[in-house]
Design a protein around this ligand. Structure first.
Ligand code: BGC
Length: 389
């Protein structure tokens, strides 16, 4: 083929207009989010590269051709990235060096309070009770700095799963008593320092089977609202996250535990009811009350012997994919909070972080340490997914 100089020039111009493969496409304008608007109507939860890599490795390990094909689809599901240690803040930097579509919002879980997971063992963290200064300077300040350096990127933050709910219901436990001051101070600090234009925050509120009990709703809402006010009522706080790493159905009716003998004391039998009831109490207590709900692993119900069983529930399936179509004005979005396939806790009884909930008969065994990949569990979630992939 004869090529003229003019067409070569045209080709060169067209090629130079394309971004180099490794070049990150910059979103050209600063993001301005508002706590009075649902960010998920405008932005899609980003499928982060860490979960993508875990899923892609899982796909490699599957031999069944049709399962392999469906497994590959999970990599495209948006999910939250857990910043569960100071060292793992690196993950945020790595993620921001990849190309994130401008219409995507990056979901992050802020999860490193001193004395973390005070009522259980499986997710005990790296910071000891009292190490609040390290939490502030080595963890929150560093994350805040990175978010400020990326004003053109939208972020959705889940703030400290289980922490304040533990202070409401588990304060009789010595470890939670010891952690209480640090939890309140730490969460308030996070809310203040991360209150940035490109960020929307959701404070964790457990789930319907936890703070949804008649006796817990008001104290629960007041606990969260007090910390919100201590933080100076930050404008970017939109409300709460619920069912994070949880198993509750969003709208199963009657609810999964509605036949239990204690059911008359809990009207929050599903997360839709919970967000409505808890949301009303938040409003009374003077705190924004919108919600995001984790539907990552709630595809199958009727598996738990008791509502409070939280560890690697056997027989579980992936649930609804992230969407802003929730059918509830209070619920901004269904999200994947817990990356399905990562363990909730080890079933190894000799491990320091072994929690007896991970050894219950309705818990999947064997399971690795919290956060570690469990291939068999992932395949189970996939086979039981509802809706199917
Ligand atoms: C673990 C974290 C992990 C997260 C997501 C938590 O239970 O403690 O280390 O990042 O789950 O899998």
């Amino acid at each position: 083929m004869k090529t003229s100089t003019a067409s070569l020039l045209a080709l060169a111009t067209a090629v130079s207009a394309l971004p180099a493969p490794s070049q990150k496409r910059a979103c050209d304008a600063p993001v301005t989010l508002s706590g009075t608007e649902n960010p998920f109507t405008k932005y899609t939860l980003h499928p982060n590269s860490f979960y993508r890599a875990e899923v892609e490795a899982a796909v490699e390990a599957i031999t069944d051709a049709s399962l392999k094909e469906t497994a590959a689809k999970v990599a495209d599901v948006g999910s939250f990235l857990w910043l569960d240690t100071i060292a793992n803040i690196e993950k945020l930097k790595t993620e921001l060096a990849t190309e994130i579509p401008c219409e995507n919002i990056l979901g992050l879980v802020v999860y490193d309070l001193p004395g973390r997971d005070c009522a259980a063992k499986a997710s005990n963290g790296e910071l000891a009770v009292g190490e609040i200064d390290r939490y502030k300077t080595e963890y929150i300040d560093v994350i805040a700095g990175i978010l400020k350096e990326n004003p053109n990127q939208a972020f959705a933050l889940i703030i400290e799963p289980d922490s304040l709910p533990n202070l409401v219901t588990n304060i009789d436990e010595q470890a939670c008593q010891a952690s209480a001051t640090g939890y309140r101070e730490g969460v308030a600090y996070a809310l203040t320092e991360l209150n940035l234009d490109n960020v929307i925050m959701y404070m964790d509120a457990g789930h319907g089977g936890w703070l949804g009990w008649d006796a817990n709703i008001k104290p629960g809402a007041e606990e969260l609202a007090a910390v919100y006010k201590d933080a100076g009522s930050p404008s970017q706080l939109r409300g709460i996250s619920t069912n994070i790493a949880g198993w509750n159905s969003f709208d199963l009716s009657p609810g999964e535990f509605s036949d239990a003998t204690d059911a008359p004391y809990n009207k929050a039998q599903n997360e839709k009811q919970y967000t409505t009831l808890f949301g009303a109490a938040l409003q009374t207590a003077g705190m924004p009350n919108h919600a995001i709900v984790d539907t990552g692993r709630n595809g199958v119900t009727g598996l738990r012997e008791e509502w409070g069983h939280w560890c690697n529930v056997n027989g579980a399936g992936f649930g609804a994919r992230p969407t802003a179509e929730t059918g509830s004005d209070l619920v901004d979005a269904f999200v994947w909070g817990k990356p399905g396939g990562e363990s909730d806790g080890t079933s190894d009884e000799s491990a320091t972080r072994y929690d007896s909930f991970c050894g219950l008969s309705d818990a999947y065994k064997p399971s690795p340490e919290a956060g570690q990949w469990n291939q068999a569990y992932f395949e189970m979630l996939l086979k039981n997914a509802k809706p199917a992939f």
